[in-house]
Design a protein around this ligand. Structure first.
Ligand code: NCD
Ligand code: ZN
Ligand code: ZN
Length: 520
């Protein structure tokens, strides 16, 4: 690859502002962001019903886009394309009429490698990421064997090395027994520790609450992020048993109340929901927040799905607890009605609930109670996923390839601005994992991790387009406004004109040499 690249003529979207300009890249880093006046800027660019770009972002200059950049409008903002490019025109990507965003940082993916590669592997997973505009992934540790020691972490790192289309880091897991091994895992490069408080894929058991005090204190002292699946195992196991009994003709009042005297069927979504009472997520979230506050350990709550958990986090944050949280596109866009229609292909843990939950999650993002969005990309092979039984079907949805487009479509509906999107799905995750001095935004000095999106095109989710091994997407057949045109990882074009170029230059960020000081 040539060391220079110019992305010219696009509408640049950072975590704070939207403006016309070019991005100049050298040796994998952004070296210059050239801001230029936009055609039709000022009052003319205003148009109803478009994306709410940040009106507040007008900061003195006369080059700001203003408050109504339209996504999917007939005439997207067009920059002045007369900027000087590098000598070699091959190294120019024309972004005229398109958005240039920082590549997304997906802090929650399950790429299943090694050990569960019937579901996904590192090549297919990172290919899906690249095609979806995600340039960094944090891969979960419920692989086989689970990543519960330094040696397993090193084996996993060796197994996936050289196979990734995008950059990555690997999680370690906290089990009932591996407290003494957390320090060596941190040393071996664990991006974070994952704690599964409820049963989910892999069924990795957590220590009890007593031991967790020690675990939290240990993780705090190691200064590694702690990410928690907050659903209570006891609550779930009890109600799963009760559901099984009731379908066998045993059991009592609760089911009568829920089912209005009809025996619950395993093919009904309400039966699945009843096996994961909302109390399970609310209680686990509450206890995690208490533990974070009382041990002074920063904790990140994964895939928040219900309004009670939002309330708990809101209170904990207000009281100063060191807590952050994520939610996922599925909780922001689906409700139980969709799951009933879609069937068990839409089974995910925690389950998708009601419209009121969805509203609470959007509000929590706006209020800063939920800090970020991740995909929780969790594929399963067809045999595991394609079951009419909610209890037997595997839980987990595809998401890494569709997250950006789904969020762009929500932006078109006015649910978020493009700057929110960048903040929630790129910058904040980079901050959580401590690499925001390298990734997560567009400014000189950062890695040239960029995605060029055409808002005028559409993308239909098909089995052919999906790069994952699993084609069991709840979105299959859906047409989304917008298309990922180019994806750039550290200056390498890994997706050009909507196709993988074949470069697999993804690196384990742990192994990366530290950034050179600015005076070099
Ligand atoms: C995830 C998986 O399959 O690994 N499934 C899911 O439903 N979310 C595990 C998890 O994130 O809990
Ligand atoms: Zn989980
Ligand atoms: Zn997950």
């Amino acid at each position: 690859m040539s060391a220079e690249l110019l992305i010219r003529g696009g509408t640049i979207v950072t975590s704070e502002r939207t403006f016309a300009g070019d991005v100049r890249v050298r040796d994998g880093r952004i070296v210059e962001v050239i801001e230029r006046p936009m055609e039709g800027s000022g009052g003319d660019a205003r148009s109803g019903g478009g994306v709410r770009a940040d009106g507040d972002a007008r900061t003195g200059g006369d080059v700001s886009v203003g408050s109504d950049v339209r996504l999917g409008g007939d005439e997207p903002a067009v920059g002045d394309a007369r900027a000087a490019g590098p000598a070699n025109e091959e190294n120019v990507l024309d972004a005229t009429g398109m958005y240039v965003l920082p590549g997304l940082v997906d802090l929650h993916v399950h790429f299943r490698d090694p050990g569960l590669t019937d579901k996904e592997d590192f090549e297919t997973g990172t290919a899906a990421a690249a095609l979806g505009g995600v340039t960094t992934v944090l891969d979960m540790p419920n692989t086989k064997p689970p990543v519960g020691s330094a040696s397993v972490l090193r084996q996993k790192a060796a197994a996936v090395a050289g196979r990734a289309y995008v950059d990555y880091k690997l999680y370690g897991v906290i089990t009932e027994h591996n407290l003494p091994l957390l320090a060596e895992m941190a040393e071996a490069g664990a991006a974070a520790f994952k704690l599964f408080l409820g049963p989910t894929t892999g069924d990795i058991k957590a220590p009890g609450w007593g031991k967790l005090i020690e675990v939290f204190e240990t993780v705090r002292d190691l200064n590694v992020p702690l990410v928690v699946h907050a659903e209570d195992r006891d609550v779930i196991e009890y109600w799963e048993k009760r559901a099984a009994q009731r379908t066998m003709g045993v059991g009592g009042g609760f089911w009568h109340d829920v089912y209005d005297f009809r025996p619950p069927s395993d093919e009904e979504y309400s039966t699945f929901l009843a096996t994961r009472p909302r109390f399970g997520e609310a209680a686990a979230t509450q206890t995690v927040c208490l533990l974070a506050a009382m041990t002074n350990t920063p904790v990140h709550i994964a895939h928040v799905s219900i309004k009670e958990a939002v309330d708990v986090i809101r209170q904990a944050k207000a009281a100063g607890a060191p807590v952050s949280a994520e939610t996922c596109p599925q909780y922001l866009t689906l409700t139980s009605a969709d799951c009933r229609r879609l069937g068990p292909v839409s089974k995910v843990l925690p389950p998708v609930r009601e419209k009121a939950d969805q509203e609470a999650l959007w509000q929590a993002l706006q209020d800063g109670v939920i800090d970020m969005i991740a995909s929780d990309h969790a594929p399963h092979e067809a045999a595991a996923k394609e079951s009419p039984s909610w209890s037997k079907a595997a839980a987990g949805l595809l998401g890494v390839q569709t997250m950006l487009l789904v969020l762009l479509n929500e932006a078109e509906q006015g649910r978020l601005t493009l700057n929110d999107l960048v903040r929630w799905a790129s910058r904040r995750p980079a901050e959580l994992f401590g690499f925001d001095d390298e990734k997560g935004d567009i400014r000189p000095g950062l890695d040239a991790d960029l995605v060029v999106v055409d808002p005028r095109r559409e993308t239909t989710v098909t089995a052919e387009w999906l790069q994952s091994k699993s084609k069991n997407s709840h979105l299959i057949g859906r047409t989304l406004r917008g298309a990922v045109v180019h994806t750039i990882v550290r200056g390498h074009v890994v997706v050009r004109d909507g196709r993988l170029t074949g470069l697999r230059i993804g690196r384990n960020l742990f192994e990366r040499a530290p950034a050179p000081p600015p005076y070099v």
